[in-house]
Structures are given as C-alpha cells and as structure tokens.
Design a protein around this ligand. Structure first.
Ligand code: GDP
Ligand code: MG
Length: 439
C-alpha cells in the first residue's frame, strides 16, 4: 500500500497548490493502492471522493508542500474511516464482565482468550477463562495450557456438555470467586454454518455478555468486513478483534471493517506471544499504512508554527541567521507546550527519535535553559554573539541563574547549532524535498 501511495505523492512534486486537475492522477494512484490492499470497492469510492473534496480548495499552509498536504488529508480520512477514536472495551457496572469470543476456526480465538486475560490482568482485573469449545479435547487442553502460561484460572468441564451449559457454570463459578472478567472461548468452523450460529446464540442467551467480540484473521482481507457484518446480523456483536496483523496481510481488513459492518475493531493481535495484543488505534494504523508518520507531525508542527503571528518574522530571522535567544525560548516553549518534543526532534533530519526518559531530560533542560535566558539582558538575548565573545558576561549569567559557566557556554553553543539546523530544515522545505521519511 505504501508503495502505491508514494507514486501519488510524487506526482505532486513541484506543484504549488492542490487543484481539481493535479489531484486526478494522484487520486487514481490512491484508489489503485487501496484496491490492491484489498479494501472493498464501495469503501474505496467513498474514500476517494471524500479526500478529493477536501483536497481541492484547501488553504495553503506556508512551508508545506501540496504533496505533504495531501498526505495529511488522506491520513485524517483514513483515521475517520477506521472509526476515528480508539474503541474501548466495555465493562459491566456490577458483577463479572463477560466477554464472549466468536469466530471461524484457526483465526486465533483460543490464543486471544489468554492474551486478553493477560492484557486485562495488567490493568488490575482478575480474569477467568471458560473452555466453551467442547468438541475436541485438544481445544480444552490448549486453553488450559495457555491459562497456566498467563496464570489465569480456566474453567473446563470436559466435552460431554453443551457450550451454553458450561458457559453458565463458568459464570456461576466466577461470581463465587469474585472474578472481574470472564472470557469465554467457543468452537469455530471452517465456514459459517447454521450449527455454529445457533450454538453461539444459545451461549449468548445463557450469558448475557457485556462484549461479544468476533475474532477475525487479518489475512482474510476484505472478506473480514463481510464476516463481521454476517456475525453481527446473525448473533449481534459489539466489536471485532483483528489477529495476525504481524503477517503479510495487506491491511484492507483493518480499513473496511468499521465502514462496512458499523462495528469497531477493538483490539489487534500482532504476534504469537501472549503480550502481542493491543488496542486498535486508528491514527497509528493510518500512519503505518502511509508509512509517513514524520511527514504528518511535520505538517502539524508547521501548521502550529504558522499560526503564530510572528511566523514570517521567525522565518526571515532563521534565513538570515538572526535567530536569537528570544526566538530560541519561544520555540522551545512552544514545543514543550505541545508535549511532542519526541516527534519534533525525531522530525529534524539526522536526529533519531528519543525515548520517554530523554523527553523528561529535555524538559528538565528546558527549565535550566529558561533560568539562564532570563538572566540575560535584552541586548544579550538579541545578540548571542555578545555571549560567545565574552566570558565575563557568561560568568555573570551563570551566577545570576545559579548554573555553571559550562552550562551557559553549552547553551550559547546550542543556539548556534540550532541556527544551522533550522536553516538546513528551512532549506529542505524551500527546495521541495520532504524531511526524513520513516518507511
Ligand atoms: P482458534 O481456532 O480460533 O482458537 O485459533 P488458535 O487460537 O488456536 O490459533 C490458531 C493459530 O494462529 C495458532 O498457531 C496461533 O499461535 C496463531 N495465532 C493466533 N494469533 C496470532 C497472531 O496475532 N499472530 C500470529 N502470527 N499468529 C497468531
Ligand atoms: Mg480454539
């Protein structure tokens, strides 16, 4: 998918604005890329139309190229398509929360039972698994072993019992033990059949579950959306879990499920380890699909900067290397306020992403830096050269701010480095090349 979209952006290189004409070809590429990713045709049509409408006549953001703007629009539209927000699991107001898992054979239901228990345990909830796949002794054994692995009790009562009956017994047991969440495994079939649906209906009736989640294999592509729809119509579900996203699935499943079925993807499995289950974040998924996380934060950051009244002033200063301590402080504070130090630093070519510990470190450094800049005279703030030339001034600032002379020297050096870096970044923007892509 990323490759196909890349072609779309490339066609806009050198354009000044997005127009009805110049988006025709890129939109064709986007359409093709989505279809190749196994997104269903009606969804692709609606998507392309929504993006086209927004792209034409979108206001120009200074410093942001049309191709970057189109990336942003496509990204936001992808997020919307996938439901926008994270869809959280719902918990019962009183008594145990019951989560019923359904799905075809081999999609990962039994694995998800244990993964989900581990995931909820980490949130401080006690869990119990119920072995509702009563057809094969091996299925029960599998759940018992996985339960042991994540240290969660498993309720099993052999194979001579109806799934609805064992589900009821399991729930009773959980109530007695004051368990927070009961997760019920069920039997799948190779294909949808009436037997499976009737059985699920019985289990659902017996349990009155809080969540009924359909487990779907991401490899099934656009078929996934149809499956979710069918299960929803037949038994009524509350959401889906998409598994095997670590494989080479083409992403189409994630894109179409919400739009086609109306039901959200709540969780995704991306590996065979018990830890490999996480919430489904539409924005991260969109970023991954586009493979362009850095461009997105770059555009957002640019919008932010340009919204500031003195944007023009700032740019002029950067280009003429007049960037001073006042600008330095303003910039650094703006960045800190956005709380996205990580992204912004990661966005500057040649610098890699930083860890949370490094972010905290950076915030601490900001405080130190503020103290030193506050100890400068207005003249010194506007003319960093004064400080570069005079050890006496640096010593005074060190004393007034309670920092060391070395720290002051470092700050001065940092400003000059920043001038160079910002000039390079602006140069890259002017030249039309995109900042470091993360593919
Ligand atoms: P069930 O028939 O629906 O209960 O499916 P299982 O839970 O038995 O899983 C079938 C196979 O898929 C097992 O080999 C699992 O290890 C594997 N599996 C499940 N989830 C994932 C996943 O997210 N990624 C990968 N790579 N394999 C998975
Ligand atoms: Mg199973």
């Amino acid at each position: 998918l990323t490759g196909g979209l890349e072609a779309a952006w490339n066609k806009l290189k050198g354009e000044e604005v997005l127009t009805k004409e110049n988006i025709v070809e890129p939109m064709r590429d986007i359409r093709r890329a989505l279809l190749e990713a196994d997104v269903s045709l009606p969804v692709v049509r609606r998507f392309v139309q929504a993006v086209s409408e927004q792209a034409v006549g979108v206001g120009l953001i200074r410093g942001v190229k049309p191709d970057q703007q189109l990336v942003k629009i496509v990204h936001d539209e992808l997020v919307k398509l996938m439901g926008g927000e994270v869809s959280e699991l719902v918990f019962a107001k009183s008594g145990p929360t019951v989560i019923l898992l359904a799905g075809l054979q081999g999609v990962g239901k039994t694995t998800v039972c244990a993964k989900l228990a581990l995931y909820l345990k980490k949130q401080g909830k006690s869990c119990m698994l119920v072995a509702g796949d009563v057809y094969r002794p091996a299925a029960i054994d599998q759940l018992v072993i996985l339960g042991e692995q994540v240290k969660v009790p498993v309720y099993a009562a052999g194979t001579d019992i109806k799934p609805a009956e064992i589900a009821k017994q399991g729930l009773e047991e959980a109530k007695k033990k004051n368990i927070d969440v009961v997760i019920v495994d069920t039997a799948g079939r190779l294909q949808i059949d009436k037997g499976m649906m009737d059985e699920l209906k019985d289990v659902k009736r017996a349990l009155n579950p809080t969540e009924v989640l359909l487990v779907v294999d991401a490899m099934t592509g656009q078929e996934a959306a149809a499956l979710v729809t069918t299960f929803n119509v037949e038994i009524g579900i509350t959401g889906a879990i998409l598994t095997k996203l670590d494989g080479d699935s083409r992403g189409g499943a994630a894109l179409s499920v919400k739009e086609v079925s109306g039901k959200p993807i709540k969780l995704v499995g991306r590996g065979e380890r018990m830890e490999d289950l996480e919430p489904f974040y539409p924005d991260r998924m969109a970023g991954r699909i586009l493979g362009m996380g850095d461009v997105l934060s770059f555009v957002e950051k640019a919008q932010e900067i340009m919204r500031q009244e003195d944007a023009e002033d700032l740019q002029k200063k950067i280009m003429s290397a007049k960037f001073d301590f006042n600008d330095f402080l303003k910039q650094t504070r703006a960045v800190a306020k956005m709380g996205s130090m990580t992204r912004v630093i990661g966005m500057i070519p040649g610098m890699s992403k930083v860890t949370p510990a490094q972010v905290r470190e950076a915030e601490k450094n900001l405080k130190i830096m503020e103290a030193m800049i506050e100890a400068m005279t207005p003249e010194e703030r506007e003319n960093p050269e004064l400080l570069a030339e005079s050890p006496v001034r640096r010593k005074r600032i060190a004393q007034e701010s309670g920092k060391t002379e070395q720290q002051v020297s470092q700050l001065v050096a940092q400003l000059f480095q920043m001038r160079v870096r910002m000039k390079n970044l602006m140069g890259a923007m002017e030249g039309g090349s995109m900042p470091a892509l993360n593919n």
